[in-house]
Ligand binder design. Structure first.
Ligand code: HEC
Ligand code: HEC
Ligand code: HEC
Length: 118
């Protein structure tokens, strides 16, 4: 091979390699889901949940999503399969944090039934 062919090949190869690196390096934006969600609260009534506000307060998605997937209907699905008990997320995640914040003297979310369930 002469020098020109080698150079052309190197250029072509690095373009191909560069392109294939784009998805690998994760330039694809994170899907934060809807800003406002309505959660199924059973016979107690639906729960209006400001997802976006909580993403700002909590930062680590896993605080909530360790228990259910990042997709619509994931909570109900996990309760249906028995992966989660009814009211488990409500007590162990939502109310637990609101109580802890209150105790720490910080801004906190609702703790009484009717403040969450409409
Ligand atoms: C305070 C709890 C909490 C935090 C923190 C949280 N989420 Fe969620 N997220 C939920 C709940 C509850 C649902 C609704 C699941 C369902 O529909 O059953 C949800 C649903 C979703 C969905 C499904 C799409 C939709 O709009 O319904 C996506 C995507 C998602 N979350 C992404 C994220 C990402 C990314 C983060 C971190 C930046 C995050 N969430 C942080 C509670 C949280
Ligand atoms: C911080 C908000 C919040 C508060 C306060 C709250 N809940 Fe809930 N509740 C939820 C969420 C979110 C769910 C759905 C997730 C789950 O089941 O863990 C839920 C689910 C439920 C369900 C349905 C469980 C099922 O799957 O059948 C009942 C019943 C319920 N709550 C009753 C209550 C009662 C009674 C109180 C007061 C003692 C209360 N909730 C306080 C947020 C709340
Ligand atoms: C790690 C902490 C944390 C977790 C987990 C958490 N919250 Fe909150 N939540 C807060 C704080 C702090 C506020 C007060 C924000 C403010 O007043 O600016 C709040 C406020 C709220 C409010 C009232 C504000 C509004 O209008 O949206 C609701 C309703 C609420 N949370 C529901 C929930 C539900 C339902 C869950 C579980 C799916 C949950 N929260 C999980 C910390 C948390």
């Amino acid at each position: 091979m002469n020098k020109k062919v080698i150079t052309t090949c190197l250029v072509a190869c690095s373009i191909v390699a560069g392109l294939s690196l784009i998805p690998v390096s994760g330039i694809v934006a994170q899907d934060n889901g809807l800003a406002e969600l309505t959660l199924n609260g059973g016979y107690q009534g639906p729960v209006a949940f400001n997802h976006q506000l909580h993403q700002t307060i909590v930062e680590d998605c896993a605080v909530c999503h360790k228990d259910f997937e990042k997709k619509p209907g994931a909570l109900d699905e996990a309760k249906k399969t028995g992966a989660l008990k009814a009211k488990q997320v409500m007590y162990k995640t939502c109310i637990a944090c609101h109580r802890a914040k209150k105790k720490a003297g910080e801004k906190f979310g609702p703790i009484s039934c009717s403040a969450c369930h409409a």
